[in-house]
Design a protein around this ligand. Structure first.
Ligand SMILES: Cc1cc2nc3c(=O)[nH]c(=O)nc-3n(C[C@H](O)[C@H](O)[C@H](O)COP(=O)(O)OP(=O)(O)OC[C@H]3O[C@@H](n4cnc5c(N)ncnc54)[C@H](O)[C@@H]3O)c2cc1C
Length: 338
C-alpha cells in the first residue's frame, strides 16, 4: 500500500502531491484529465485572490482569514520558486476599482501597495493599486510540478474516472486519499454548492508590457512568449470551448486599454489586434458558494481529505491550501500507522 493517493492532476492535486513526495512519502496521483486539459492549464495566471469566497470579504471573516493566509503562503512559495526557472515571473500587478472598497486583499508580505486616484478614467477604474505580484506560466509550471513528483518517486496515472467517493477510495492505493478534483467534486461528492463561471484566455503574439493590468474579471498579463488576454465572467455557456462571441468580448475589452490615459502609471499598453491572436482556451472556475472545502471525511474505513472549490484563485491559494491539506492528511496517516 502507498502512503497517499491524490485524486486530481490540476494545480491543487499536483501541489499537494509534490509537497507529500518532498516529505519522503510514497504518493500516487490519479486523475481523469492530465494537467494540460484541466481548468488549471487554462488559467491566465496571476497571483491575485479574487473570485473565491473570502477573497474580498471583511478581514475579520473566518473565510477571509483563511484565504489571506493561504494567499500569503503561496506568495512566499512563488517568491522562492521565481529563481528556479519553472515559469514563475515576478511582475507588478495594477488592479483597478471604483472606490477604496475595491482595494485588493494584499497583505504586507507583498511589499509596497501604491494607491493611485485617477479621476479622468471611467467610473469603475478611478482607483488603482500597484504591488509586486507574479505571472505563472501554467504550461511550464504544471509540467515542472509533474516532473518533480515523478523524480521524487511518485506515480502518476491519468485517464482514470471515478464515479463516486466510494469508487475512488476502493480503487486507490493510498492509505489516505486527498480529493483535489476541483469542479469534478460536484459529481464525485454530490456537492450542490458549485456555481462555475467560464473564462477565456487569448494568447497574443509577443509585445512589450511591463505590468499585469486587471479590472473586474479582466486581466492583461505579460508572459515570456506572449501576452495573455483574459478572462471574462461568462455565466451562460454550453461548452468550455471559447465561442467567437466570447473571444470578441475579451478582445474588445482589452483593446480599450490603449484609449485610456495611463500616464500616471508610467505604463504603455501595446496595440492589440485580432490578427495577432494565436490561441484561445476556455475553462470553468470552480466557484463554490461556501468557499473552499478543506476538511477530512471518513469513507469506507479510510480518511479522505477534501481540498476543492478554489474558484478564480486556485493558483493563488495553491501552496497555502496544500499545506493545510497535507498537514491534515499526514495526521490521519500517522493515526493509522501499523
Ligand atoms: C480562464 C481562467 C482563468 C483563471 N485565472 C486564474 C488566475 O489568474 N489566478 C488564479 O489563482 N486562478 C485562476 N483561475 C482559477 C484556477 O485555474 C482554478 O481555481 C484552479 O485551476 C483549480 O484547480 P484544481 O486543481 O482544483 O482543478 P482542475 O484544474 O480542474 O483539476 C481537477 C483534476 O481532477 C480530475 N478529476 C475531476 N473529477 C474527477 C473524477 N471524477 N475522477 C478522476 N479525476 C477527476 C480532473 O481530471 C483534473 O485532473 C482561472 C481559471 C480559469 C478557468
Amino acid at each position: 500500500m502507498m502512503d497517499f493517493t491524490v485524486i486530481g492532476h490540476g494545480v491543487i492535486g499536483l501541489t499537494s502531491a509534490s509537497m507529500l513526495a518532498g516529505r519522503g512519502h510514497s504518493v500516487e496521483v490519479v486523475a481523469d484529465r492530465p494537467w494540460d486539459a484541466t481548468a488549471s492549464s487554462a488559467a491566465c495566471a496571476v497571483w491575485l485572490p479574487i473570485f473565491v469566497a473570502g477573497g474580498d470579504g471583511p478581514a475579520g471573516d473566518r473565510a477571509a482569514q483563511r484565504v489571506r493566509r493561504w494567499a500569503a503562503q503561496t506568495y512566499g512559495a512563488f517568491r522562492r520558486m521565481a529563481a528556479q526557472d519553472r515559469g514563475i515571473r515576478p511582475v507588478d500587478l495594477i488592479r483597478f476599482g471604483a472606490s477604496d472598497a475595491d482595494r485588493p486583499a494584499v497583505g504586507e508580505f507583498a511589499g509596497e501597495l501604491r494607491t493611485y486616484h485617477l479621476p479622468h478614467l471611467p467610473e469603475d477604474m478611478r482607483y488603482a493599486w500597484r504591488f509586486p505580484s507574479f505571472v505563472i506560466e501554467m504550461d511550464v509550471y504544471l509540467r515542472s510540478l509533474d516532473a518533480e513528483i515523478t523524480a521524487r518517486g511518485g506515480r502518476i496515472r491519468t485517464g482514470v474516472h471515478f464515479t463516486s467517493l466510494d469508487d475512488a477510495v476502493g480503487r486507490s492505493a493510498g492509505r489516505v486519499v486527498l480529493n483535489c478534483t476541483g469542479l469534478g467534486s460536484a459529481d464525485l461528492c454530490k456537492d450542490t454548492g458549485f456555481r462555475p463561471v467560464k473564462g477565456v484566455v487569448l494568447s497574443h503574439r509577443q509585445d512589450r508590457l511591463d505590468a499585469i493590468l486587471s479590472t473586474g474579471s479582466y486581466v492583461l498579463a505579460p508572459r515570456s512568449d506572449r501576452i495573455a488576454l483574459g478572462a471574462g465572467y461568462f455565466t451562460d455557456y454550453a461548452t468550455e470551448e471559447p465561442t467567437p462571441k466570447e473571444i470578441d468580448t475579451i478582445l474588445a475589452f482589452h483593446e480599450r486599454w490603449r484609449e485610456l490615459d495611463l500616464s500616471a502609471l508610467e505604463l504603455t499598453v501595446p496595440e492589440l489586434s485580432a490578427d495577432r491572436i494565436t490561441a484561445a482556451v476556455g475553462g470553468l472556475r470552480p466557484i463554490r458558494l461556501g468557499g473552499v472545502r478543506l476538511e477530512a471525511e471518513e469513507v469506507g474505513g479510510r480518511t479522505v481529505v477534501h481540498d476543492y472549490g478554489h474558484g478564480g484563485a486556485g493558483v493563488t491559494l495553491s501552496w497555502g491550501a496544500a499545506h493545510e491539506a497535507v498537514e491534515t492528511a499526514v495526521a490521519a496517516w500517522e493515526r493509522t500507522r501499523p
